[in-house]
Design a protein around this ligand. Structure first.
Ligand code: SAM
Length: 306
């Protein structure tokens, strides 16, 4: 039995004879497992444990602190949705900020939008970017776009220095709130997001699972209600390798031109949907965009309670 991980740090990741199991206090009592063909990379960065392995059925897999971030097979269910839900909801997004997202997948998706002129990304961990460039070419292709500027640093610090009203859209592609991403789920962060957006600008943040983290989601929703004076919505998608198989997004807009997230006004053009460099869209379409905002009754009761 080979142990990869740190019991003192809220997670235990064990490769039990040939399998990776995702065990964490964030989802007690359950563990999804993938069969490992080969461990390709394993190192501790300044911020987290970074591992890449070749799985039997999901392609290469990126793990940070024992938690699956990306697999080659299902990443598009996440990257396409976290990107196009906000960007297809506003006309002509021009300036976009990505926080986290060091694998590059969200950048690849943002660059499908021909109206976008500048894409800034602030990722805390240079090792994630390097590892993605080495092992995940279909994701890291996102960094090759000349519109992209990469900044290595903490997203919270970065945002605090941004002038008011700079961005049309901010996408927070973060890891879970245990570890370096903790502050990305807290109120002061959402306040600086709101400030950095133009009137009627939009934010989309990774907002965990309705099956596992209703309390976290309730808290995020309550914070956003106080801070964002435009629309506030929760959407979700299925990602088989994320804990519980689903993940959600918090979508908010600032005061200004109103944004109706459920009815996208900015469909991807032929060029974006069938880009030669990025391949065709695999998951996102306008119907799934609107459907993503339909919530199961138990979640609706908590999220839309006011
Ligand atoms: N799709 C993934 C998921 O939901 O599990 C998230 C993927 S992405 C690789 C998450 C990235 O956020 C990681 O590369 C991590 O280093 C980065 N990150 C965590 N905390 C951060 C912070 N405070 N500022 C900027 N980036 C951060």
């Amino acid at each position: 039995e080979e142990e990869v991980g740190n019991k003192g740090n809220n997670y235990i990741s064990t490769v039990i004879p040939g399998w990776f199991s995702q065990i964490s206090l964030m989802w007690p009592g359950e563990a999804h497992s993938l069969k490992v063909e080969k461990i390709l990379f394993q190192q501790k960065s300044k911020y987290q444990d970074v591992m890449v392995f070749q799985s039997s059925t999901y392609g290469k897999v990126l793990i940070l602190d024992g938690v699956i971030q990306v697999t080659e097979r299902d990443e598009r269910a996440y990257t396409e949705m976290i990107t196009h839900l906000p960007l297809c909801s506003i006309p002509n997004p021009r300036k976009v900020l990505v926080i986290g997202g060091g694998d590059g997948g969200v950048l690849r998706e943002v660059s499908r939008h021909s109206s976008v002129e500048e894409i800034h990304i602030c990722e805390i961990d240079a090792m994630v970017v390097d590892v993605s460039k080495q092992y995940f070419p279909d994701l890291s292709v996102g960094f090759q776009n000349p519109r992209v500027t990469l900044h290595i640093g903490d997203g919270v610090t970065y945002l605090n220095a941004v002038s008011e009203g700079t961005y049309d859209a901010i996408i927070v592609d973060s890891s879970d709130p245990i570890g370096p991403a903790k502050e990305l789920f807290e109120k002061p962060f959402f306040q600086s997001v709101a400030k950095a957006l133009r009137p009627g600008g939009v934010v989309c943040t990774q907002a965990e699972s309705i099956w596992l983290h209703m309390h976290l989601i309730e808290n995020i929703v309550a914070n956003c209600r106080q801070i964002f004076k435009g629309s506030i919505n929760y959407a979700w998608t299925t990602v088989p390798t994320y804990p519980s198989g689903v993940i959600g997004f918090m979508l908010c807009s600032t005061e200004g031109p109103s944004v109706d997230f459920k009815h996208p006004v900015n469909p991807l053009d032929e060029n974006g949907s069938h880009s030669k460099a990025k391949g065709p869209l695999k998951f996102y379409n306008s119907k799934i965009h609107s459907a993503a905002f339909c919530l199961p009754s138990f979640a609706k009761k908590v999220i839309n309670k006011d």
